[in-house]
Structure formats: structure tokens, C-alpha cells
Ligand binder design. Structure first.
Ligand code: ZN
Length: 173
């Protein structure tokens, strides 16, 4: 088990377009396992590789475990390599937070349902139909892979206030 450091804004990896994964090698397998450990430890509902400073197209999420009853807690992370949104439907606005954008909640308009395709760790293609919280988490993590965070979804005013706040914070430390 290896918990990695989650990078926070401002950090280059969060603004980078993640590279497509062409080989599922030891590097990718270790990264995926570490990302799951990091997500459960945080705790968070999802994590994109950019958030641990590795801009490659890999996301992990688990929207069941954090809400599961203590007696049937089982970690079953969804790990998707090169995820793409194939279809999206409807609209839903909700507040979101992000482990890489601490102390900020932003209302983000997302599709209500999505169909995501990608590849699993064994190289098999997979397709996920999602609604509700899973649809939101998937769209949030896929956003990270294109270098987009919730800060980009915030209003210009909220964005500049937040930037000023983190500047002050980094001066203090
Ligand atoms: Zn995030």
C-alpha cells in the first residue's frame, strides 16, 4: 500500500492534458493501486492521475464504499484507463469539492447520465452507464485529464477571490 501526495492548486500537473496510456505495464498497475490507496485514505470518491502529479489518462473512483454500512464494507474501485464520454444526457447542477482545490465548493452543471468507455487494468475494454453521483464523479475526474478543475467552472469573481486566498496562504507558510 502506497499513499501518494495529492497535489493542490497551483500545480502544473493539474493544468496539463493527460497522455493516453498505450502500454499497461508495471508503472500503470502500480499507479492505479497507489491512486486507490490515496483515494480511500483522503477520503475521496474519485481521483485522476493528474492529482498525484502523473498526467496520464487514468482515473479511479468508488462511490459505494464511503457510504457502505460498516458490516458490508468492501472496496471495489472502478479503475478506467483512457476514459471517454461516449454519450451524455440531461442536466444537473450541484456543488462539488475537489481534493486538489481545498476549501472551495463550486456549483457545476453536469450531464445527468453518461456512458463512459475505456479500458480496464487487464486491457479489456469496458463501458460504464452512470447516473447520479457516479455520473458526476466520472465527469469530474475526466475533466481533470484535460487539465480542468472545479476552479475553471467557478465564476470569474469566485476564481479571483480564491486565487488571492491561496496566494496569501502560501506567503504565510
Ligand atoms: Zn477533483
Amino acid at each position: 500500500m502506497a499513499v501518494r501526495t495529492i497535489v493542490v492548486i497551483p500545480h502544473d500537473a493539474l493544468n496539463q492534458k493527460a497522455k493516453e496510456i498505450t502500454d499497461i505495464d508495471e508503472y500503470v498497475r502500480t499507479l492505479a493501486t497507489d491512486m486507490c490507496d490515496t483515494m480511500y485514505k483522503a477520503p475521496g470518491l474519485g481521483l485522476a492521475a493528474n492529482q498525484v502529479g502523473e498526467p496520464v489518462q487514468l482515473i479511479v473512483c468508488d462511490v459505494v464504499y464511503p457510504y457502505a454500512d460498516a458490516k458490508d464494507k468492501k472496496k471495489e474501485p472502478l479503475i478506467i484507463i483512457n476514459p471517454r464520454i461516449r454519450r451524455s444526457e440531461g442536466e444537473c447542477v450541484k456543488e462539488e469539492g475537489c481534493l486538489s482545490v481545498p476549501e472551495l465548493d463550486v456549483e457545476v452543471k453536469r450531464a445527468a447520465c453518461v456512458q463512459v468507455e475505456g479500458v480496464d487494468l487487464t486491457g479489456k475494454s469496458l463501458m460504464v452507464d452512470a447516473e447520479g453521483i457516479l455520473a458526476r464523479v466520472l465527469q469530474h475526474e475526466i475533466d481533470h485529464l484535460s487539465g480542468t478543475t472545479i476552479l475553471d467552472h467557478a465564476s470569474a469573481l469566485k476564481r479571483s477571490l480564491y486565487r488571492r486566498r491561496i496566494k496569501k496562504r502560501s506567503r504565510r507558510t
